[in-house]
Design a protein around this ligand. Structure first.
Ligand SMILES: [Zn+2]
Length: 361
């Protein structure tokens, strides 16, 4: 399928982190993603390098407690699931980015039944940086892009269960059709349940941006959110999950302390704070299946894992045992290596089909 320029722009700005995911592919950054931890595991306190940024200087607890405590060390050893959602509605059941309110409610119900306690991205950052206490089974619920249904459909469910979540906002899309308004964002922020953070201004693929352009995406989105919400923005979510290794220092220079990717896996400090993994929540997928899709081998202690051990029975003659293969888990493990693909090659079955404000511009 070919795209004329306007549609191509629409795709780039609205397929929303999805392309690497829907295609099951991670982009060229995959090649260096695993090398990032060695460069970022020694996270420095923000006071030194962010001194020129009044939005972070002196406002973050870590600025007063730069020492690495035992609690901090313990926090950094944990692997934590970070669920990634986009749109919560019933508009398009064939869109992998859209989870129905009913399914989302069930996911939240089940994660609570399984003993997990949702925390915000800011709390995760503080836990890794300055020993902010973590619950025994922490988990993050995140939303990318800032669709209006995050307020109309997801927020009531989060309120009902009294659980926290994090929403990454494309500030240039605020107020457009199908996107959150500033009033809605402010209402969720003031509820104390929702951590609002940045997802850039224009949602462009940063691998196609100059360093100056990427810096502008970071600083301008941060400024807009801080002006509207009167809070410090320190966490970023990469559009399309795309990262460029050479640009990581720009995040720090702009006052960001953590960034989330779309690479599948449990989040851990050793991945590097500027490349935190998440788990995409697919439509019709149970909570346990979501976790299994990320790390089937690490979740054998989950309360309700699918059966993995072959069932051993005997044949009619009562002689040699017969092994019955385990039943499918419903969410096959993703391969560790994936073929490369570019966003332009991914199928255009994404959010923009039903929720693209650009279609009106
Ligand atoms: Zn996005």
């Amino acid at each position: 399928m070919s795209y004329y320029p306007r549609l191509r722009h629409l795709l780039l700005s609205l397929t929303v982190c999805s392309l690497a995911l829907t295609s099951g592919v991670f982009q060229p950054e995959q090649a260096f993603a695993d090398t990032v931890p060695t460069k970022t595991t020694q996270k420095t306190p923000p006071s030194a390098n962010n001194a020129a940024n009044p939005a972070t200087t002196g406002t973050h607890p870590a600025a007063q407690t730069p020492q690495t405590t035992n609690v901090t060390k313990q926090n950094r050893l944990k692997s934590i699931p970070v669920l990634m959602y986009h749109s919560i509605n019933t508009n398009d059941t064939n869109n992998s980015l859209i989870v129905t309110p009913e399914q989302f409610d069930k996911n939240v119900t089940d994660l609570l039944k399984n003993g997990y306690t949702p925390i915000t991205a800011t709390e995760l950052d503080l836990a890794w940086e300055s020993g902010h206490p973590l619950p025994s089974k922490p988990i993050l619920i995140t939303f990318d892009d800032g669709y209006e249904d995050n307020f109309t459909n997801a927020f009531p469910i989060l309120q009902k269960h009294k659980v926290k979540a994090t929403i990454f906002i494309i500030t240039g899309s605020v107020g457009r059709r199908n996107y959150l308004t500033w009033d809605q964002i402010r209402t969720m922020h003031q509820s104390g349940l929702i951590d609002i953070e940045s997802h850039s201004v224009t949602h462009r693929d940063i691998t196609r941006l100059s360093a100056k352009e990427f810096s502008a995406e970071l600083t301008e989105s941060k400024k807009a959110l801080e002006t509207e919400l009167k809070k410090t923005i320190t966490i970023f979510s990469y559009p399309y999950g795309q990262q460029k290794r050479a640009y990581m220092p720009i995040l720090k220079q702009a006052g960001y302390k953590m960034a989330f990717s779309t690479q599948t896996g449990l989040a851990s400090f050793t991945q590097g704070v500027y490349y935190v993994k998440r788990i995409k929540a697919m439509p019709e997928q149970s909570f346990v299946a979501i976790l299994q899709s990320a790390t089937p081998t690490k979740l054998t202690k989950a309360p309700a894992p699918p059966a993995k051990t072959p069932v051993v029975t005997t044949n009619k003659a009562g002689k040699a045992p017969v092994q019955t293969p385990p039943k499918p888990t419903g969410q096959p493990a993703k391969p560790t290596t994936r073929p490369p693909a570019s966003p332009a090659q991914a199928p255009p079955a994404d959010i923009q089909v039903s929720a693209a404000p650009e279609q009106t511009r």
